[in-house]
Design a binder for this molecule. Structure first.
Ligand SMILES: [Zn+2]
Ligand SMILES: [Zn+2]
Length: 213
């Protein structure tokens, strides 16, 4: 078994969407279907991957803007997983109107994520970690056997998620990074919601906001 990852950078604020699959079973999920769902669908079809789940790190509009297009093309419709503390944000189109956008948020979340929950994709297991600070219901998805974490807008290469939007809090974000990210092995890959891939060790050493703490 192994995890395959296809990265897309999409939408008005260049958000990373990750199409992931178990290479043996071809079962696939989309972590943050950011924008242009059609492009993600085409890639999945090309690889004969079956998208069955949409996992949201959080409900900001730039992370869910492609969900409706993906869901409309799938039968059965995909399962949608979100932490309940971001549900009101999801209902408010992820804050899109605040930034002058309109999005269709797609199907209702039906899996209510909680800390330490296990999500399964084929034979792969992902651990859900609640990491508030950027938004109240922000989570990250960690696959220990593959040494990879999908960390949304919690931490980026050399930066961290903004905390000035509704529900954001700086100290909470810092605490989430220290307890849920910096406790992992240094070689763990961090795949963020914006910008390039990094590692735990690199951010511990060089991140000017949370490094060296
Ligand atoms: Zn965000
Ligand atoms: Zn974002």
């Amino acid at each position: 078994m192994s995890l395959e990852i296809v990265n897309f950078t999409l939408g008005p604020v260049l958000t990373n969407a990750y199409l992931i699959a178990d290479s043996e079973t071809h079962q696939a999920a989309v972590i943050d279907p950011a924008w242009d769902g059609r492009l993600i669908l085409v890639e999945a079809q090309k690889r004969s991957w079956q998208i069955g789940q949409l996992w949201y790190t959080h409900a900001h509009f730039d992370h869910i803007g492609g969900a409706a297009e993906i869901a409309a093309a799938l039968n059965p419709p995909p399962v949608v997983a979100l932490h309940p503390a971001d549900y009101s944000l999801w209902q408010a189109q992820g804050g899109a109107p605040f930034f002058g956008f309109h999005i269709d948020p797609g199907p209702q979340p039906s899996v209510h994520l909680e800390h330490d929950q296990k999500l399964q994709l084929g034979s792969l297991i992902f651990n859900v970690r609640h990491t508030p600070g950027h938004s109240p219901g922000h989570v990250v998805f960690y696959c220990s056997t593959e040494s990879v974490m999908f960390c949304g807008d919690l931490i980026f290469q050399g930066s961290v998620g903004r905390t000035d939007l509704p529900g954001g809090d700086w100290l909470t974000l810092t605490e989430s990074v220290l307890t849920q990210v910096f406790t992992l092995p240094d070689t763990t890959r961090l795949l963020s919601g914006h910008g390039p891939e990094t590692t735990v060790g690199e951010e511990k050493a060089f991140n000017p906001f949370v490094g060296g703490l």
